[in-house]
Design a protein around this ligand. Structure first.
Ligand code: GLN
Ligand code: ZN
Length: 757
């Protein structure tokens, strides 16, 4: 029985790629030096796969920034403004990813979007009238060759044409038709070239197939592949899907001339049913995604085996992961602080290779000792249940989820209590985490800095940060979040029920990685988590300082969740803990409390029919539970990253926050129209500049952005802020950017007020 994975993490078990890239961006190493690091990482990954018995290690899953961006480059989908920079291929790629600014040029980064329902972000391809598809798959071919030279016959992977068309942005009335035949032509070229190199397999990833498909989209897919697969010659083509099932077009897809089809049996709720109902062609391999590529718990072999049995008599099964392993950390090997006992329950990417192998071993050879070991792991009660907490959750009533008085009624109380100017200016929370801040935190963690020295340092930083904000002229201040490494980990560390890894990094975008904590047991809050810092900050200024919390949905979405209780149950446990914190902050005199739900949209089910029943019906009330008991004059803010929530605006309004800030700067404000159309009640701060890029916006530019917003929304509804936290930025760009933001706001206020008179 064959063994397979879809892709391996490329960032490196010690984030080698991240550090090399950052050095390259700072011009400390050359491209050649960067390439050496990349090559080593690829080799390492092929070796691990081969050692574990994976039949075809994957190539071209490596990427310097993002695989969708790599595809845009391979297809020549590079907007003119980037070509004009006359950079080499790699730097052009980085210009698209990060923007480019020098004396003569100033080009923004392409927008990023969340990759389906993950916390990974891809760079959105841009198709315009000028787009001319021109195939250049040298990256894929070189990596395939590189592996071959190193002794590995790999299966190169590439994102497919259908997914590319679905994910792309189309400018000025251009449609898919404009590029369709050239796109098919480009993949045909790839088939030929790979054939010429003697490639055996090509894996084409088409995750867009698990989204709701229209009739036209179904036909588009069929059309593309009927055409394309005519030209595969000796090459075997695997259609790889993940993050869901193919319920819209399974029957049609299995008729196409693919040599293998990869289905997701972890997230694809209907995958088994589809195979049972419509069968699976015996002349193809079924790549069965049974090892969860998104979570870190050990595979439950008995359940997996029974799932495989449900597929019926298929001898052409290949054991596979459910999706790319880039969504889990590289290995548990480097975790030296967690006990063996605990680590035994986890499988990161490298350990999942072993699971794939073991499952196949048990399935074919009926290896009972492997199976018994796995059964024993799940037999014992891993954690003890908190009965009291369980009862508390069972006894929650509707009233617990509703804040009174209503949004509109309490607004007057808040205006009176806060006395803010029109277009209040603020930031999202964090200020640049300078090397100095990171160093102090590390020293404290290592015991090299005493608690009192560390706290004195933080107070100093907070004071500086408040002064800076006052000098710039912001209206609502923040303490800067210097005590936090990460907006989820920081809370996880103070809650009971969480455990932490040291090296379990997962790529979020480009060089940015996150280290999601793990929900191990029931969640409770032993003591206040943030009050000390917020209260200190408020004592230093007469302007309001926002209390700063992370909401329950985001905490859970950015953690590795339990699989033994429901997501809803875990979220409610978190909501009760955060509720206690909100009430403590209010008691400490904090008048504005921001509860970030940066990741709320992330886990929205991919299929519309699941949105409410599987997610919004419990996640939105969980947020309300957090703030339902505050006083009328306490203003509740929330923040969401990315404005991809046009389709769930009523649900966002139903969170019943008083103010929401979100990203709108990279995505052209289209959301504002949607807010208007839905009579959105919550006050809004659609970010007026993009903090994900080091570029400094001019005040003129911010002013224009603001005016665009004010053309659509009443001035009383608008707040002015950057589009996300400033943690990843330096002071060098942050200070002028915020200064421009305040300047622009002051000018607009002046103009508006004179005009209104
Ligand atoms: N308050 C957080 C910060 O400013 C929000 C971060 C986020 O939205 N990702 O860092
Ligand atoms: Zn954000």
């Amino acid at each position: 029985m064959k063994k397979s994975i879809i892709a391996f993490p490329r960032i490196g078990s010690n984030r080698e790629l991240k550090f090399a890239l950052e050095k390259y961006f700072r011009k400390e190493i050359s491209e050649a030096e960067l390439q050496i690091v990349a090559k080593e990482l690829r080799l390492e990954s092929w070796k691990s796969q081969k050692e574990a018995g994976i039949d075809y290690p994957i190539s071209n899953d490596f990427s310097f920034y993002d695989q969708t961006l790599d595809l845009s480059i391979a297809l020549g989908v590079i907007p003119e403004r980037y070509k004009k920079l006359k950079l080499n291929e790699l730097d052009t790629l980085f210009a698209l990813a990060r923007g480019f600014q020098d004396e003569e040029n100033d080009v923004k980064a392409r927008p990023m979007k969340k990759w389906f329902n993950t916390n990974y972000h891809y760079i959105v391809p841009e198709i315009s009238k000028e787009t001319v598809i021109k195939a250049n798959f040298s990256k894929l071919l070189n990596e395939y060759q590189e592996a071959k030279t190193a002794g590995f016959e790999t299966r190169p992977t590439i994102i497919g044409p259908y997914t590319f068309l679905i994910l792309a942005d189309y400018l000025s009335g251009v449609t898919e038709d404009a590029i369709l035949s050239d796109l098919i032509g480009a993949y045909t070229v790839l088939f030929d070239q790979l054939n010429n190199l003697g490639g055996e397999w090509l894996q084409i990833e088409e995750p867009a197939l698990v989204l709701d498909q229209t009739e036209e989209e179904q036909q588009l897919f069929i059309k593309i592949y009927q055409e394309l697969l005519k030209n595969k010659n000796k090459l075997k083509v695997l259609l790889q899907t993940y993050f869901g099932d193919l319920r819209d077009s399974y029957q049609e897809i299995i008729k196409l001339d693919f040599d293998g089809i990869g289905l997701d049996f972890v997230e694809g709720r209907e995958s088994v049913k589809l195979v049972q109902k419509y069968g699976f062609p015996q002349d193809k391999l079924l790549f069965a995604g049974v090892v969860n590529g998104k979570n870190i718990w050990r595979n439950h072999y008995q359940k997996t085996l029974s799932l495989l049995k449900d597929l019926g008599n298929i001898d052409n099964i290949v054991i596979n992961t459910s999706c790319s392993l880039q969504h889990v950390p590289v290995t548990t090997e480097n975790e030296i602080k967690l006990s063996k006992e605990i680590l035994n329950h986890f499988a990161f990417a490298k350990e999942k290779l072993v699971e794939v192998s073991e499952i196949s071993e048990i399935y074919v050879k009926k290896n009972t000792s492997l199976l018994d070991k796995n059964i024993a792991l799940f037999d014992k009660n891993r954690v003890q249940e908190n009965i009291q907490l369980k009862q508390k959750i069972t006894h929650l009533t509707d009233k617990d989820f509703i804040r009174t008085p209503s949004l509109v009624e309490r607004r007057a109380d808040q205006i009176k209590a806060l006395r803010l100017p029109l277009l209040p200016t603020t930031t999202i929370g964090s200020f640049p985490q300078t090397p100095e801040v990171r160093k102090a935190r590390l020293q404290y963690k290592r015991g090299e800095l005493s608690k009192s020295d560390y706290e004195a340092f933080l107070e100093e930083k907070i004071k500086e940060c408040l002064e800076l904000q006052e000098n710039i002229g912001l209206d609502v201040l923040v303490h800067g979040e210097f005590e936090r490494n990460d907006m989820v980990e920081y809370f996880g560390e103070q809650l009971d029920g969480y455990i932490f890894t040291q090296k379990a990094w997962v790529q979020s975008y480009g060089t940015r990685c996150v280290k999601p904590p793990i929900v191990w047991g029931d969640i409770t809050r032993p003591q206040a988590m943030t009050v000390r810092w917020s209260a200190y900050a408020q004592s230093q200024t007469s302007k309001p300082v926002k209390g700063m919390l992370t909401g329950p949905v985001t905490i859970l979405n950015w953690s590795f969740p339990r699989e033994d209780i429901s997501l809803k149950e875990s979220t409610l446990q978190l909501a009760l803990a955060v509720q206690e914190e909100v009430l403590d902050l209010e008691k400490a005199g904090i008048k504005i409390i921001q509860i970030d739900e940066a990741a709320l949209r992330e886990k929205l089910p991919l299929r519309r029919s699941d949105w409410y029943s599987e997610y919004l019906d419990w996640s939105i009330p969980a947020f309300r539970l957090v703030h339902s008991k505050v006083k009328a004059e306490t203003q509740i803010h929330t923040h969401m990253c990315y404005s991809e929530f046009e389709d769930i605006i009523p649900s966002i309004d139903a969170m019943d926050a008083d103010v929401i800030s979100f990203e709108a700067s990279r995505s052209q404000l289209s959301i504002i129209d949607a807010l208007k159309a839905h009579h959105f009640q919550t006050l809004v701060g659609p970010g007026v500049y993009d903090i994900h890029s080091p570029r400094i916006p001019s005040s003129q530019e911010i002013k224009i952005q603001l005016e665009k917003i004010l053309n659509k929304l009443p001035i009383e509804q608008v707040w002015v802020n950057p589009d996300c936290g400033l943690k990843t930025r330096g002071n060098k760009e942050t200070i002028p950017s915020l200064t421009h933001l305040v300047e622009a706001t002051k000018e607009v206020r002046k103009e508006k007020i004179t005009y209104d008179k």
